[in-house]
Write a protein that binds this ligand. Structure first.
Ligand SMILES: [Ca+2]
Ligand SMILES: [Ca+2]
Ligand SMILES: [Ca+2]
Length: 251
């Protein structure tokens, strides 16, 4: 990694650190009256941060359709009578637009028909921060509150690809109770692992499994985003595609 690159990383790390004191930076903080404090019950998985795994480009089904595959990827199948679903609407932006998403920060990000991880469309970010959000009302989706109170496993996955040089990205997933208070939280702020040049531009995954969290899950708030590490105009920022928020539940 070039010295200039390290210097730039340092500056960005500092910027991110400063941003952490400002709730609205990166769209992770308060965005409305119903935003709960995220400090209580927060947890993170250090093994999932900063260590993106390589992709061979043969990612699992991320189209949002129901699947009978196991949620935790350990090779087991869901119990009989259970189905596993990606709860996100239009996760892979195969509509060709942001349908189903609330775009909190756009900065010229676009849904474009190239370099997709899944399907043909992906989100291409630009010079400034892009952040989008979905809030999932689990009971409205038909899930039984008594089942939700068993704290079922929830698998989170998201894919990021740099353009030319290392680009920053972020994911934030908050589990909420009936009054939208947080009961568990996972966040990651990472950088794609490549250097200058297009040859090493490839997708990397961020993954996390929620389990053993306090009872009372009713809502999930999912956010992801990113931008260009070079701050160039055009679409040289991180490419985002195929997030997954998978929960296995009784049919
Ligand atoms: Ca896609
Ligand atoms: Ca870039
Ligand atoms: Ca590169």
């Amino acid at each position: 990694m070039a010295a200039m690159h390290r210097a730039r990383l340092g500056l960005l790390t500092m910027a991110l650190g400063l941003a952490a004191c400002q709730p609205n930076a990166h769209g992770f903080g308060s965005s409305g009256d119903d935003e709960p404090e995220a400090s209580g019950g927060a947890s993170s998985d250090p093994t999932s941060t900063g260590e993106p795994t390589s992709s061979d480009g043969t990612g699992a089904d991320a189209t949002g359709t129901a699947t009978t595959s196991d949620a935790d990827g350990d090779g087991s199948d869901p119990p009989p009578g259970f189905v596993c679903e990606n709860l996100l609407v239009n996760p892979s932006v195969e509509t060709g637009n942001f349908d189903g998403w609330q775009v909190l920060q756009q900065s010229d990000a676009q849904v474009r028909q190239n370099e997709a991880h899944d399907g043909t469309w992906a989100v291409h970010t630009s010079f400034g921060p892009f952040t989008r959000e979905q809030e999932i009302d689990l009971v409205a989706l038909g899930l039984d509150p008594a089942f939700l109170d068993t704290s079922p496993e929830i698998v989170v996955e998201d894919w990021f690809r740099e353009v030319y040089d290392s680009d920053p990205y972020w994911v934030r997933v908050e589990l909420q109770n009936e009054s939208h208070a947080p009961i568990d939280l996972w966040t990651v702020e990472g950088w794609t692992p490549g250097d200058e040049g297009y040859d090493d531009d490839e997708y990397v995954a961020e993954q996390h499994t929620f389990s053993g969290y306090p009872a009372g899950l009713r809502y999930i708030r999912f956010r992801d985003g990113g931008q260009d590490g070079e701050y160039w105009a055009g679409h040289y920022g991180v490419i985002i595609d195929a997030p997954r928020l998978e929960l296995c539940h009784p049919r």
